[in-house]
Design a protein around this ligand. Sequence first.
Ligand code: B12
Length: 216
Amino acid sequence: MADLQAIKDAVLSGKRKDIVALVQSALDDGVEPEVIINDYMIEAMKEVGARFEAKKIFVPEMMMAARTMQTGVDIIKPLLVGKEGGAKKLGKVLIGTVFGDLHDIGKNLVMLLLESSGFEVVNIGENVTPEQFVAKAREHNVDIVGMSSLLTTGDPHVKSTIEAFKASDMKDKVKLICGGAAVTKKFSVGECGADGYATDAVDAVRVIKKIMNIAA
Ligand code: B12
């Protein structure tokens, strides 16, 4: 019988060596990959954040948890991405984490879910300047640009990235969507003028389909 709580505990305590066998055993028992990610690994990362905030753990522990989660996601990834096979792509999305921010787990999950939902995704990494966002969107001729921001110090960079798009030749070509723990709909859409905001990876797929007028 799959021990799903043990998956959560392994991420929480950064037991990277254990996660492979635990996730594999859950998959072998028929647990849906989405359930493992959403209900156990993401929940564990939320708890990690709360413990960090309460000064019960520090950056090294947070790093171990993040690496453990990434290792678990790597096992699940082929299963999710394989789902859409060679089907025609719904659209092209560029995704990156804003300047000054190195967090990538959430962004990579959004990418994974978009790919498994039939989108082509170009991942331009972390610590991306507004100029790089615009240049890469032009180079790859994308429909949507996703910005991830986990640090509240990233707010000005979210704003300046949106401004850079609005001042560029890309302004009528791409739609902009924001997400990440530091961003709100009020800030990104209301104050900065993004086209959309999503709370999590599932919501990101829903919002992007809505923006692109694709039936859910
Ligand atoms: C893991 C982690 C780290 C890891 C990152 C490893 C990695 N490879 O990403 C490490 C240890 C490196 C790290 C470093 C730091 N971190 Co940190 N980190 C976290 C932690 C615990 C979890 C983040 C995470 O991966 N969550 C799991 C994923 C699945 O969730 P998510 O990122 O929110 O993504 C989901 C949604 O937000 C959304 N989404 C995300 N991106 C996008 C993009 C788009 C387009 C869309 C539509 C949706 C979307 O969908 C995702 C999937 O569902 C958070 C706590 C938290 N609650 O967020 C702190 C947290 C973000 N970190 C914090 C801090 C302070 C730091 C450091 C400054 C610490 C330090 N003193 O050095 C550094 C900053 C380094 C830098 N320059 O970026 C603070 C930020 C506080 C603030 N108000 O700004 C937090 C909130 C912790 C806390 N409670 O204090 N961190």
